[in-house]
Design a protein around this ligand. Sequence first.
Ligand SMILES: [Zn+2]
Length: 346
Amino acid sequence: MKRLICWIAAVFLLCLGAVSGRAASEVTDFRWVTRNDSAVPFVRMVLDVDRLPAIDAELNRDGTVLSVELKKTEGKQVEGVYALNPDIVSGVRIAQEKRNLVLKIQLPKATVKEDINVFPLKADAAHQKPYRVVIDVYKVVPPPTFKTTAGLQDKVIVIDPGHGGSDTGAISAKNLYEKDVTLPIALYLKPLLEARGAQVILTREDDHDVYGPHADAVSELQARVDIAERAAADVFLSIHIDSFVRPNVGGVTTYYHRKTVFDETLAEALHDHTSQVPGFDDRGTRTANFYLLVNSTMPSALVELGFLSNPKEEAELRKDSVRREFAQQIADGLEAYFNRADRISR
Ligand SMILES: [Zn+2]
């Protein structure tokens, strides 16, 4: 995430007009936008100018105020106070200070120079764009707290047995409930991981709702995310069993959401193992905007271990040996993940 630093604290002599005594530059427009199309979101502020002025940029000591001075510049049309994106740039005041136009940019969190980029753009006649001064401020992102070293020793793993209590999850034609399959797999998994040195927390250890009976879906799912966040989990894994209207559809799927550079690796490592359990088709890894995956900050995955709507797979899922086998494969998959993550982080 290292970005090229273009910290302009000097004078631009490139522009032809930058000689002392010339008439002032004039700012004719100020606009801004939040850009979410980069790895880290940023606010881009743009000032249109009739010619490029000298620019001075200075960040105060605690990184909360960025002052950008356009030398010998007037900007009656843009003077004022602007509210921007409260997460990245809380506000900007543009005012004339003697011969210079000064932007006082308020930053909500202590920002470092590497997260700020101030640069001029030449006029672009082909696209009818004037000279511009651009100020980019990147969002302050706290460093990740989850561990990505090899092995399961000392890793904190939160396992979420899907559904529970008032929420049965899927129900098979022969009345097998999803919640009653996800729980035993999680209970078998816990000691396997602990034997390899991990600290394991289950979102539920018996048949109950995590938030409360008959809660709305978001409250129930957020309660599970909260457990993972409070535990500062290194991995958050939710276990589910699929269902579909057509009984011939079956297989194991692993879902992930690409919010860290590790989510895909986690899903692949898990899937390499869970797809080895005999009697189930392999539906591969897939991306999804599932609540648990999007709203947790650590690498997370959601496994769908076969289909309750598929009679063949439903019969397998009733077997204790199959549930133990899934637990074993998940444990191996998690260990494989940490070993891969360790190589990625180097
Ligand atoms: Zn489910």
